[in-house]
Design a protein around this ligand. Sequence first.
Ligand code: RB5
Length: 144
Amino acid sequence: MIAIGCDHAGVEMKKAVIAALEEKGFEFRDLGTDGEPCDYPVIAEKVCNEVLGGGCERGILICGTGIGMSIAANKIKGIRAALCSDSFSTKFTRLHNDSNIMCMGARVLGNGLACELAEVFLTTGFEGGRHQRRVDLITALENK
Ligand code: RB5
């Protein structure tokens, strides 16, 4: 199960991602917005809580640039949110950072690319090994 949310700027991209990836067997918990204007940190918190609570494996957040969502999500303990706009970074943030949230900008990317990047994010595993130590060091920063 994948948590997904967006602000008013990301509604069409969110619909496109859900439609494309449901066809490939992914299931989504859509935490809004359905179109009404909203504040992106509110949605970021909802999606992150679904992931931290274990109800969803990973999360996808979409706003105009993806930047506001990523700033907000990365304030939450346990969240490693990656702003994704190319396939290399999207793949390696899973392999090396074990990112649990991806953020995308609906005013930056086309829907086709967003759907491809979401699939990469959801199908790439964490490499572990030396990268686990680095992820643990990121987690330690949360308590300094
Ligand atoms: C909303 O207009 C816009 O500020 C928001 O979607 C996002 O781009 C913020 O980072």
